[in-house]
Design a protein around this ligand. Structure first.
Ligand code: PHB
Length: 562
């Protein structure tokens, strides 16, 4: 809150963009729903919109990749592009990218989880989580929000509050006593804190320079937070270390970790000061370089009158903040970056301001952390397998053979997703199934993703024994097979795991280019020749791997992208 995030009054409320507001409402409802999934009838109830409106909004969001229909079209599910507004905030503000290295270092040094959070009105929103040993407690992820009174960073942020901010917070306590609006919060929580004791904690934190969380969220979970300042000396974010009462008390946490936490926060503040753009370095009305073409035009052609162009345009304006840097965009820059007329960009910006997603400071607009609620936080809970599932199903629809995803687990591959073709396969594979990596196409792809030292270790120590009469078991021959896979970019394994089974796999890469998983298609050897597989299956598999990598890039955040 701190004044700047309060919704701004727009002198022309009639200029608001209805379809954009309704798009936000649908995204919020989906993000708040279990599994990010609702039926259209539930959406009409949840948003108060008419069914025909929900259908048009959903069709437009689906065209943009923000939602997807599942279960024969009966369910609407949040899809990876819905992470874009949140991604744009995280990239634009630059904090995860600038502060992740120091946070990683601190977490390794203290052997505890470390997080960075920013103020978001009367919430605390996490923008970076370095997890360590969190099996005992709930885990929060980048994008999740906690009520300000229930965590250590809150007492730091609320120091800047006005009385109006406190009044808004008290109104929220009354309106949502059970924390329905905080899906990341566990359901069994300690007693509600009184207004007076929160005020006391704020004063204590201001005096001490750090704040404590002694099981405010959950029994056992304890934390310490310290402020990180920006170049102007304002609190930019809070750095927390999180532990558990099975290992530490709040007192021992303070005694053993506060000095390192304060040191890291000081180094982070310096990093932010170094990186700051001097206020006069860029003139306020400087035009962004090239003028982009309106990216929503192609989608309009696809959907015709069902397409809500102003919704698509409003979302493209939010995405444009990703390349803007912490100072945000002027109206001219927003128009140039999106290829939209100024008046259109202006209406979109003002609508987003009114909804609390953008702040207007003089001639500049800044995207706010609240956009993380539009999908980023919910999508961050997807596993790699869940992310891959719709793409595997697409592969099955195209090639009519089963498709799977696996990761390396010791010397085995372990299946994390699978889409079965209608035909009954001779091998019965489920999520969790393991096979020896050396004899499978996904295993070979994953082994080529290892460092040379790790690969040499595998070849020297893995159990390698024949599974069929075709299995390659000679270790030096296996090495040259793996070199071939690395050169080709795919693996084709012919009846080495099971007679009659031919399988082809390609790698799935994260934004840094590292192989994180493999996807494959398994075929009856009698039905598909190796040459046919190369001609027909390989391009489909490669397209699926690219699509999964693109989803992963949207969800893994700017710190991971480097
Ligand atoms: C967290 O990073 O999970 C965290 C941080 C501070 C708290 C509680 C949880 O007070």
């Amino acid at each position: 809150m701190a004044g700047e995030t309060a919704p701004q009054r727009d002198p022309h409320p009639d200029e608001s963009v209805g379809p954009l507001e309704r798009g936000f409402a649908v995204l919020r409802a989906l993000a708040a729903a279990p599994g990010g999934r609702l039926r259209p009838s539930e959406l009409t109830k949840g948003t108060g919109l008419a069914r025909s409106t929900v259908d048009r909004v959903a069709a437009t969001l689906a065209e943009l990749g923000y939602v997807r229909a599942e279960g024969d079209g009966r369910d609407l599910v949040l899809a990876p592009a819905a992470a874009q507004p949140g991604s744009a905030y995280l990239r634009g503000c630059g904090l995860p990218r600038l502060l992740a290295p120091a946070a990683e270092e601190l977490s390794a040094r203290l052997e505890e989880s470390v997080s960075i959070a920013v103020p978001d009105r009367d919430s605390v929103r996490f923008i970076l989580q370095i997890q360590r040993r969190r099996a005992l407690s709930v885990s929060f992820r980048a994008g999740d929000a906690l009520p300000v009174e229930r965590c250590a960073p809150g007492a730091i942020f609320a120091r800047a509050w006005s009385e109006a901010d406190f009044a808004a917070w008290r109104a929220r306590l009354d309106q949502d006593p059970d924390y329905v609006d905080y899906p990341a919060l566990p359901t069994h929580r300690p007693e509600k804190e009184s207004v007076a004791s929160f005020r006391q904690r704020i004063a204590r934190a201001a005096k001490a320079g750090y704040a404590e969380d002694d099981q405010l969220i959950e029994k056992g979970l304890i934390a310490l937070a310290v402020p990180v300042h920006d170049a102007a000396g304002n609190v930019a974010c809070a750095l927390s270390v999180v532990s558990h009462t099975s290992r530490q008390s709040v007192g021992s946490l303070r005694a053993t970790m506060l000095p390192a936490l304060l040191d890291a926060a000081r180094a982070m503040s310096e990093r932010l000061a170094e990186a700051a753009v001097p206020q006069d370095a860029a003139s306020d009305e400087a035009e962004a370089g090239a003028v982009a073409a309106d990216p929503t035009a192609a989608a309009k052609e696809q959907l015709g009158p069902e397409y809500l162009q102003s919704l698509a345009r409003g979302l493209s304006v939010l995405s444009a903040f990703g390349d803007a840097g912490p100072r945000g965009l002027t109206l001219s820059e927003a128009a140039a970056a999106t290829g939209l007329p100024r008046a259109t960009a202006r209406r979109s910006l003002l609508t987003s301001v009114r909804q609390g997603y953008v702040a207007a400071d003089g001639s500049r607009f800044r995207i706010l952390p609240r956009v993380l609620e539009l999908g980023y936080a919910r999508l961050g809970r997807l596993t790699l397998g869940q992310l891959a599932q719709p793409h595997l199903e697409q592969v099955v629809r195209t090639v009519h053979e089963s498709a799977s995803m696996a990761v390396l687990d010791g010397d085995d591959v372990r299946y994390v997703a699978r889409a079965a073709a209608g035909r009954i396969m001779s091998v019965d594979i489920m999520i969790g199934t393991r096979f020896p990596a050396f004899a499978t196409s996904m295993g070979r792809v994953l082994l080529t993703g290892l460092s040379p030292a790790e690969r040499a270790r595998f070849l020297a120590t893995a159990r390698i024994s024949p599974l069929t009469r075709h299995t390659v078991t000679d270790r030096s021959e296996l090495l040259s097979v793996l070199e071939g896979v690395a050169a080709d970019g795919y693996a084709l394994v012919d009846q080495e795991l099971e007679e009659g089974l031919r399988s082809m796999a390609v790698p799935v890469r994260d934004p840094s280019g590292a192989t994180v998983a493999a996807v494959n298609v398994s075929m009856h050897a009698a039905r598909t020749s190796a040459a046919e597989a190369r001609a027909t299956v390989l391009p489909v598999l490669q397209a699926a791997a690219r699509a999964i990598s693109a989803d992963l890039a949207l969800l893994s955040g700017p710190a991971a992208a480097g």
